[in-house]
Write a protein that binds this ligand. Sequence first.
Ligand code: UD1
Ligand code: UDP
Length: 378
Amino acid sequence: MRKILVVFGTRPEAIKLAPVIKALKAEKTFETIVCSTGQHREMLRQVTDLFDINTDDDLDLMKPNQTLFDITANSLLKMDSVLEKYKPDVVIVQGDTTTAFVSALAAFYKKIKVAHVEAGLRSYDIFHPYPEEANRRFISVISNFNFAPTEESKQNLLKEGFAPDTIQVTGNTVVDALLEIKTKLEQPELAAKLEVDLGAKLEKVIVENEFVLMTLHRREKFGTEMQNLLYTIKELAEKYSHLNFVYPTHLNPNVAKPVNEILGNTKNILLTEPMDYLSFLFLMSKCRFIMSDSGGVQEECFVFSKPIIVMRTVTERNEAIDAGYAFLTGSDREKIFHHFSDIDTKLTSGFNFFPKENPFGDGKSSDRIVEILKRGLN
Ligand code: UD1
Ligand code: UDP
């Protein structure tokens, strides 16, 4: 029986690996072990609770205001013992976090195969996003299985000279996760309860199509760029005072502190703690449009037909830009105001931003990944 170790540490990894873990566990020719580095704590628990993921090991590494050195060094040392304990045939990592990079590196040091979910994303700018662009490139170098979410990500890997037989287009597993939760949101009683709970949490009744949903957390913005961007958002909220801005704020103190200081007293900016995934998707389904620098949110907004302002200078999710529903602004005030007004006006006139097919997948990516592993590990 082949032994598979799945490792995650942050919110987005857990969301995107939840359906993979479920599909692996249903495959009885595999023994599937799940390990969390605990790079995140509360934000991760929200996901493991919702998807009912049981971890066999939790390294519980998160420290407040941790540095890249903390999480890299601590998780590398701990992964040595985890790999020694379980001796897996393959280690599955997802995306581009420090957890993903270090777990792949640890597997490589032990000459254990690496399978990379969401392989081949590239911005081709080593500092945007930072350190993720470097992390995912490092992982590609030592991966035996590259599960590319799209044709574009496959082509990136081929261009870089990776062996074609290690690369398969599977779709992005975020679509699998999202469709599972969307089914729950379609239950009227649950949707009604979420609406009441959210109203209480935000201390305001939020009306469908009358709020913008926001997230922001990227490291490369920390400091002055983040502060200036927050002032732009404050200005935007003052101009569009008929709209609310719902902003579940990342727990990273480099984000939470300036957000509370700069946006804390604007009456139509509704700041909250990070939302559990179910509530966040409920908000996504009801919002007018989205402003974010998140990777996952760029992939998810298609399913709810919500255009997105991507507050980054470059993206590795060009599929959303090319499809016409995502707009890159970086932190540039003029671009943000321009696209905000443009999207708002077009929505009022009934403009359709969305093509028929989701460029990120059809919700069957996890099954494809399991099938490829079954064939590849024989
Ligand atoms: C990490 C990933 C990033 C990913 C993001 C998803 C790296 C280098 N960065 O960034 O790629 O997009 O997660 O959200 O891997 N914190 C808490 N509770 C939590 C989570 C975080 O308090 O549940 C606070 C802690 O003070 C922690 C800090 O946030 O030290 C930073 O967490 P960290 O995982 O290092 O970085 P993120 O910015 O979350
Ligand atoms: N998300 C969530 N609650 C929130 C904000 C985001 O569940 O309050 C989800 C979101 O739907 C997406 C994922 O978290 O699936 C994205 O995580 P994040 O933006 O932290 O990381 P990234 O995708 O940028 O790596």
